[in-house]
Design a protein around this ligand. Structure first.
Ligand code: PLP
Length: 469
């Protein structure tokens, strides 16, 4: 930019945008951080150009079956006309309302719809944009609630190892995934962790049900050792994701509920993946029949059409945030884009789609089909050690030896090779060195689920035939 332009005599020219076809050229990739390892990613960059239904197309025109809903986001499928039209209509009316001065009609409507849909007395909603932001909100709500109710020393948050609650420092501190935490340490104080219910590899060396669900009952001991007067909340994903789809055994979540009640500890469900139909009910809380005190939603809530997350808390908690200004400052938490009208309009339209098309029912039906398909693969491939999940949230853990459950060496990254082969074969799934997971859109048909299983079958046989690498 010339100094004359800087002085404002001539408006600076807008930089020429590169063409879509050029976006995959290496020189342009150096100007963007992606989530992946940059140097590796840029060798074969995946750049999605468009999407429709359960398919993506990359900038080269290659089609991918989206067996992951992007990343458990696009619940109602891509290019959903109802959601797009709802956003268009909202854009003509109100794009942004002043968050420091109140809210807007669509946010109030969506809060009321969520209060209606949520189980029990979960009835008061706070909106944000992303999952991490809403987890921060849930942590703050728990701490402020205890301060308002005469237990100001209750501040500790118990999370679980292998969990993921988000990238912001509070959510990261609650998370239990060392591979994403160590590089950012030291993290926030006041967070501790317990073992999740990884029955396939019980950390206590026990077997369900004889174990008496030690991984749940021991939370009571942890709280007592810490001093219950210092513990504010326990946060869990009803089905853990990043540990390889950790589906709790029957009885696990009810025990956590009972322990939390005993010690006046709030139970927070992170339903950012499991919410909005994924496990076959609107909320995993219904699938497991356990009511949290705070339920967090993200991802599927607006299905990726706009950024939107929400927490829903029980009436008894929300009530404590009312009262005269002299006694109560309200919920001290806010972000500029919370309750954005475009996002809320998208959320309302998504919920209409989910309910009117019974996508929870479809998640149950297609989830059973997917599970049966994966079990068929397990009969064929001895390297499938375990299959876990509910509804359209299913994962498989790989083992080198099924009898001993011995894993492939970490550096072999077997699951990564399977996931990358699936990409080459035109399907998107979530992969990790020891497991892969599928989370197709809730609109997926029987044929599309069958195709996902077939592509996985082909990918497994190719990786086993050629060896990873
Ligand atoms: C269970 C869970 N909680 C929280 C988050 C954080 O959400 P976001 O990435 O939208 O901040 C994620 C994201 O993957 C998640 O899977």
């Amino acid at each position: 930019m010339s100094s004359t332009q800087r002085q404002g005599l001539t408006p600076p020219p807008f930089p020429e945008p590169i063409s879509q076809a050029q976006t995959c050229e290496e020189q342009f990739l150096h100007h963007i951080f992606v989530r992946d390892q940059m140097a590796e990613w840029s060798k074969r960059p995946l750049i999605m150009a468009r999407a429709d239904g359960v398919y993506y197309w990359d900038v080269q025109g290659k089609r991918y079956l989206d067996a992951l809903s992007g990343i458990y986001v696009v619940a109602v499928g891509h290019n959903n006309r109802r959601v797009i039209e709802a956003i268009r209509r909202q854009m003509d009316v109100l794009n942004f309302s002043p968050p420091m001065h109140g809210t807007n009609p669509v946010a109030i409507q969506l809060a009321n719809v969520l209060a209606e849909l949520a189980p029990g007395d979960l009835s008061t909603v706070k909106f944000q944009c992303g999952g991490s932001e809403i987890i921060e909100g849930a942590i703050k709500l728990a701490r402020q609630y205890h301060k308002l109710t005469g237990s100001p020393a209750k501040y500790k948050i118990i999370g679980r190892y292998l969990s993921w609650h988000g990238s912001t420092l509070g959510a990261l501190s609650a998370s239990g995934l060392s591979s994403r935490k160590t590089v950012h340490q030291p993290l926030a104080p006041g967070f501790l962790h317990v073992f999740p219910p990884t029955c396939y590899r019980c950390p206590f060396g026990k077997t369900y049900p004889e174990c008496g669900i030690t991984c749940a009952t021991i939370v009571n001991d942890v709280i007592e050792m810490e001093d219950p007067d210092t513990v504010a909340a326990l946060i869990v994903e009803p089905i853990g994701h990043t540990g390889g789809i950790i589906d709790p055994p029957e009885g696990y979540l009810p025990i956590l509920r009972e322990i939390c009640d005993r010690h006046n500890v709030l139970l927070i469900f992170d339903e950012i993946i499991t919410g909005i139909g994924r496990t076959g009910n609107m909320f995993a809380a219904e699938t497991f029949g356990v009511m949290p005190d705070v339920l967090c939603l993200g991802k599927g809530l607006a299905s990726g059409y706009a950024p939107l997350s929400a927490l829903i808390c029980r009436q008894s908690i929300a009530d404590k945030f009312w009262g005269p200004l002299s006694e109560n400052p309200g919920f001290v938490e806010g972000h500029t884009f919370e309750g954005n009208p475009i996002s809320c309009a998208a959320g309302l339209a998504v919920l209409q789609e989910v309910i009117q098309n019974d996508l929870c029912g479809n998640a149950r039906i297609q989830g059973a089909r997917l599970r049966a398909g994966l079990e068929g693969l397990a009969n064929k491939y001895a390297i499938i050690g375990d299959i876990r999940g509910k509804g359209l949230f299913q994962g498989i853990e790989f083992v080198q030896d099924r009898a001993t459950k011995a894993r492939f060496p970490a550096q072999q990254a077997f699951g990564v090779h399977v996931g990358k082969r699936a990409l080459e074969n035109g399907m998107l799934c979530r992969f990790d060195p020891h497991w892969i997971a599928l989370g197709p859109p809730l609109v997926s048909t029987a044929e599309q689920i069958e195709e996902m299983v077939q592509i996985l079958d082909r990918s497994l046989s190719e990786v086993l035939a050629t060896g990873p690498g």
